[in-house]
Design a protein around this ligand. Structure first.
Ligand SMILES: NC(=O)c1ccc[n+]([C@@H]2O[C@H](COP(=O)([O-])OP(=O)(O)OC[C@H]3O[C@@H](n4cnc5c(N)ncnc54)[C@H](OP(=O)(O)O)[C@@H]3O)[C@@H](O)[C@H]2O)c1
Length: 243
C-alpha cells in the first residue's frame, strides 16, 4: 500500500512534494521509476522503522528540503516474515519472545518513534493553520480488544493495540498543547497485498480491496480529517472501530 500512497499523492495533487521512505532506496525500482517521471516532486529516503538513528537521519533529510509537513502516513507493518520465521500465532504454544519483539519493533515502536521525530515538522504546518497537519497510522481492526472474538495472531493484534494506545496519547497531547496535528488510526479493510495473501481464502471477492481502492478510501479520510477526528480509530468506510 505504501507505493500506492506515493502514486496517488503524486498524481492527485500536481504540485505537492512527496517524501517516500523505504529500507533500501537502491533496490526500490518502482519508486525510482516514479522519481524519473516526477523529478524533484518525489524524494526517496532511507528509513528502517527498527533503527532509531535511521528515523532521525530521515527527518534531517526532509528538514533540509522543507521546514514543515502537512501529512505523514505510517504504512510500515509486519505480520509474517520468512527471513525470521515470524508468522501469526494460532495458539499460545506459537508465542516466542523473538516474534513478539519483531512485531512490536515494526508495528509499534517504529511508528511512534517516527511520530516523535517528525512531530515538529507537522506542528510547524498545523499550528497557525486553519487546517491541521495529519499524522496517520495504518492500524488494523484485529488490534481492537473489544472486537476480538476469535483470538490468535497474538503478536500482531497486541502490537496494533499498543500502537492504538500510543497514538491516542499523541493525539491528546497534540490537542492539549495546541500542536495543530490530527492523529488518526486507520483500518484499510482487507487489501490484496503480500501481507494478506496467505489469509485471503475466506474473504469474499467484494470484501477484498485492491490497493488502488483501499488507498483512495484512506486518502479521502486523511484529506477530510480535522481536529474533531483527532485520536479516532477509523475504518475504511469512515465508521469508528471500538477499542
Ligand atoms: N493488507 C491488509 O489486508 C491489511 C489489513 C489491515 C491493516 N494492514 C496494515 O497496513 C499496512 C500496510 O500493509 P500492506 O498490506 O501494504 O503490507 P505489505 O505489502 O507487506 O507492506 C508492508 C510494508 O512495510 C514495510 N516494512 C516492513 N518492515 C519495515 C521496517 N523495519 N522499516 C520500514 N518499513 C518496513 C515493508 O517494506 P519492504 O517492502 O521493504 O518489505 C512494506 O513496504 C501495515 O501496517 C499493515 O499492518 C494491512
Amino acid at each position: 500500500m505504501g507505493l500506492e500512497f506515493v502514486r496517488q499523492l503524486l498524481t492527485d495533487d500536481a504540485k505537492g512534494t512527496v517524501f517516500a521512505t523505504c529500507r533500501s532506496p537502491a533496490a526500490a525500482t518502482d519508486l525510482q521509476a516514479l522519481q524519473k517521471e516526477h523529478g524533484d516532486r518525489l524524494h526517496v529516503i532511507k528509513l528502517d522503522a527498527t533503527d532509531e538513528s535511521s528515523i532521525e537521519e530521515a527527518a534531517k533529510e526532509v528538514s533540509a528540503v522543507t521546514p514543515c509537513l502537512s501529512t505523514l502516513i505510517n504504512v510500515a507493518g509486519v505480520l509474517q516474515d520468512q527471513a525470521t520465521g515470524l508468522k501469526p500465532e494460532r495458539s499460545l504454544r506459537g508465542i516466542s519472545s523473538a516474534n513478539l519483539q519483531q512485531s512490536f519493533a515494526v508495528n509499534t515502536i517504529g511508528p511512534i518513534l517516527v511520530a516523535r521525530t517528525f512531530m515538529p515538522l507537522l506542528s510547524r504546518f498545523g499550528k497557525d493553520n486553519e487546517i491541521p497537519a495529519k499524522l496517520a497510522f495504518l492500524s488494523a481492526r484485529v488490534g481492537s480488544i473489544s472486537d476480538n472474538k476469535l483470538g490468535g495472531w497474538y503478536s500482531y493484534r497486541a502490537s496494533k493495540a499498543a500502537l492504538n494506545q500510543l497514538v491516542r496519547c499523541a493525539g491528546l497531547e497534540s490537542e492539549r498543547k495546541k500542536m495543530g496535528v490530527a492523529c488518526l488510526l486507520l483500518h484499510p479493510g482487507t487489501v490484496d497485498t503480500d501481507l494478506s495473501a496467505p489469509y485471503q481464502g475466506n474473504i469474499r471477492d467484494d470484501k477484498l480491496f485492491t490497493r488502488e481502492r483501499a488507498v483512495r478510501q484512506l486518502l479521502d479520510i486523511v484529506r477530510g480529517a480535522g481536529m474533531q477526528d483527532n485520536g479516532r480509530f477509523i475504518a475504511w468506510d469512515k465508521t469508528d472501530i471500538p477499542w
